[in-house]
Write a protein that binds this ligand. Structure first.
Ligand code: IMP
Ligand code: MG
Length: 314
């Protein structure tokens, strides 16, 4: 890790990291078509890493000399996929399909897809972006953390936790419901004997504002006395919930008690409570997705994002 959480705002797509490696050493890629630029924007929006025309594949030779080449438009390293964009023009499509067939014969290990503009969303759905219905998509202002960035960070956290608890059994306690995605993804990566329990907690509200009081709707199923306990949270905001739960758990005499949170919105902290493992520090914006909700919606988005102000007006 690792000690330091990653600042999510620094992960926003930075064009310079996505410049093509082949043709020009500096400056943004020179897209041949507007559709390529549009596709690049969509990929950036979702924080999907891409390279423009990184590789040319010889398709035909005349003796030693290469007679025909094919250069797919994009390569998406995270999906190990080449993408060739196409228009609806039938003559073009036929020619491209012939080239793709030849490429697949010659390079059977290469993953490539011919993509029509209308297929952009379909492709993303195939790779886990299924939950993005057009309505949800309209509500999203920007993606803060892609599914890939989250998983990468979880692997680092899990490695650290596995090292720190080596040789011991660990009880994970998740706070429902927002933690559901994080908890399951984290525990899958832990190299330890792990047991789990969940609590369901709600904050008392008065006139729509938090009162600072917390109520337990579902308590632990098992005793934690003498156990090594790791509390798993989706997000620590004011810290009020966390402080309450830590006091509650500490009173049940665990052998040890630590906290792991995926997100830390430190700028909003009212109650100081140390955090042992932090995924990302995020800016002062309400976030949804990857388990987090706004009025029970958006939990199934595969990434963490900020909604447009209009999305809250209902
Ligand atoms: P705290 O008590 O203010 O630290 O609030 C923590 C709890 O509030 C989290 O466990 C979440 O359930 C909820 N929460 C805080 N911020 C957000 C957010 O940006 N999106 C979704 N839920 C949030
Ligand atoms: Mg091209």
């Amino acid at each position: 890790m690792d000690g330091e959480p990653i600042r999510a705002q620094n992960l926003s797509p930075v064009a310079s990291t996505r410049y093509p490696k082949n043709r020009r050493k500096k400056g943004p890629p020179r897209f041949v078509h507007a559709s390529e630029e549009e596709f690049a924007h969509i990929l950036d929006f979702y924080h999907i890493e891409w390279v423009y025309e990184p590789r040319s594949f010889p398709l035909q030779w005349d003796g030693e000399r290469v007679k025909e080449m094919f250069t797919p438009d994009f390569y998406l390293p995270g999906l190990d996929l080449y993408v060739e964009l196409t228009t609806m023009k039938q003559s073009l499509v036929t020619r491209k399909n012939r080239k793709l067939r030849r490429l697949r014969e010659l390079y059977p290990d290469i993953n490539i897809r011919l993509l029509y503009k209308r297929d952009y969303q379909g492709l993303l759905a195939k790779y886990g972006y299924r939950a993005i219905t057009p309505t949800a998509l309209d509500d999203i202002d920007h993606v803060l953390l892609s599914g890939e960035e989250i998983q990468k960070r979880i692997r680092v956290l899990a490695t650290k936790i596995s090292e720190d608890y080596a040789g011991r059994d660990l009880r994970l306690i998740g706070i429902l419901k927002g933690v559901a995605f994080f908890m399951t993804d984290l525990m899958r990566q832990l190299d330890l004997p792990v047991s789990t329990d969940y609590m369901f907690i709600t904050k008392y509200q008065r006139n729509g504002a938090d009162t600072g009081a917390v109520r337990i709707l579902k308590d632990l199923d098992q005793s934690i006395q003498g156990c090594d306990v790791l509390l798993v949270e989706d997000i620590v905001d004011t810290g009020i919930t966390l402080r309450y739960i830590m006091n509650y758990l500490q009173a049940r005499k665990p052998a040890s008690l630590k906290v792991c949170t995926l997100l830390d919105r430190r700028v909003r902290r009212l109650v100081d409570q140390p955090l042992d493992y932090v995924g990302f520090e995020i800016p002062d914006e309400y976030v949804v997705g990857y388990g987090l909700d706004y009025r029970e919606l958006y939990r199934n988005l595969p990434f963490i994002c900020v909604l447009k102000p209009e999305a809250y007006k209902t």
